[in-house]
Design a binder for this molecule. Structure first.
Ligand SMILES: C[S@@+](CC[C@H](N)C(=O)[O-])C[C@H]1O[C@@H](n2cnc3c(N)ncnc32)[C@H](O)[C@@H]1O
Length: 262
């Protein structure tokens, strides 16, 4: 699929996504991924950072709050508009730009660090996007990103449930693909039914790579692997947010930090 087609899908998802996420229904992001991502993030105070596939800017704003001078890019015009609206209402000095990760409109070595939260696996040109991130980083700069875990969020994905419909295990399969494209349909499970009815499912092109495919791609781009995290909620968090039960059984997400050598 061309990047422009992927952008069209996100244009259609953006209003529903922003409304539901801002309503607190992106439970995986709010109560699992973002806390883990920020927990792993080095001190960014005073650094110049790029958020790749920033969406409506939720995580860009949180990293700006930590003192980074942030730029967010995304291919979805509607997301950039939502992000810019928020920046206008509550200025944090964030600049947003409509741009594809595979052709970043920045000079070589422009940023101290780059981040990408749950966006890299949605890009049709992942290796080129990673090379572009490498190019725009200063020597010594880091790239931290989160993705669907390649070993557990495989093309075949079915929960095994107990008699109470609780997830207890996962059936994975069809793993050995490099950049298999699938258009997935899903929504935020904890959103109220009226909202789900109103907006319908998100329709999202996604690209599957193996774990070794991800690691070797980073290494081949010139990055040095530095740190990993597989977020797992504690019992109290699962109790408060039962939709996270499955994420305590297997690692559904993988966070990676790598660095451009000096
Ligand atoms: C799952 S959303 C994540 C958004 C945001 N980072 C967050 O954590 O809420 C994936 C994002 O990646 C963006 N995206 C997909 N392909 C892209 C590309 N080639 N270049 C830039 N952004 C892209 C989509 O428009 C969407 O905003």
């Amino acid at each position: 699929m061309k990047v422009e087609e992927v952008a069209d899908y996100w244009q259609k998802n953006a209003t529903a996504w922003t409304t539901m996420a801002r309503g607190g229904y992106d439970v995986c992001r709010n109560h699992l991924n973002t806390p883990a991502f920020l927990g792993m993030l080095p001190d960014v105070s005073g650094l110049t950072g790029l958020d790749v596939g920033c969406g409506e800017g939720f995580n860009t704003r949180l990293v700006a709050e930590r003192g980074a001078h942030m730029t967010g890019i995304d291919i979805c015009r509607n997301f950039i508009a939502f992000a810019e609206e928020t920046e206008a209402a509550h200025p944090q000095g964030i600049t947003y730009q409509l741009a594809p990760a595979g052709a970043l409109p920045f000079s070589d070595g422009h940023f101290d660090f780059a981040m990408a939260t749950m966006s890299m696996m949605d890009m049709p040109d992942i290796p080129r996007s990673v090379s572009e991130v490498f190019r725009v980083l200063k020597p010594g700069g880091f790239f931290q990103f989160s993705i669907c875990h390649p070993c557990f969020q495989t093309p075949m994905f079915n929960w095994v449930r107990d008699e109470n419909e609780e997830p207890i295990a996962l059936v994975c399969g069809d793993y050995f693909h490099d950049e298999l494209e699938k258009v997935l349909e899903w929504t935020f499970t904890s959103a109220p039914q009226e909202m789900k009815n109103e907006f319908g499912n998100f329709v999202i092109p996604t690209y599957f790579k193996t774990l070794s495919g991800w690691m070797n791609m980073l290494i081949d781009s010139g990055f040095v692997l530095e740190r990993f995290e597989e977020p797992c909620p504690d019992a109290e968090t699962v109790e408060k947010h039962p939709s996270l039960k499955g994420t305590a059984k297997v690692a559904l997400f993988l966070h990676i930090r790598c660095r451009k050598p000096l």
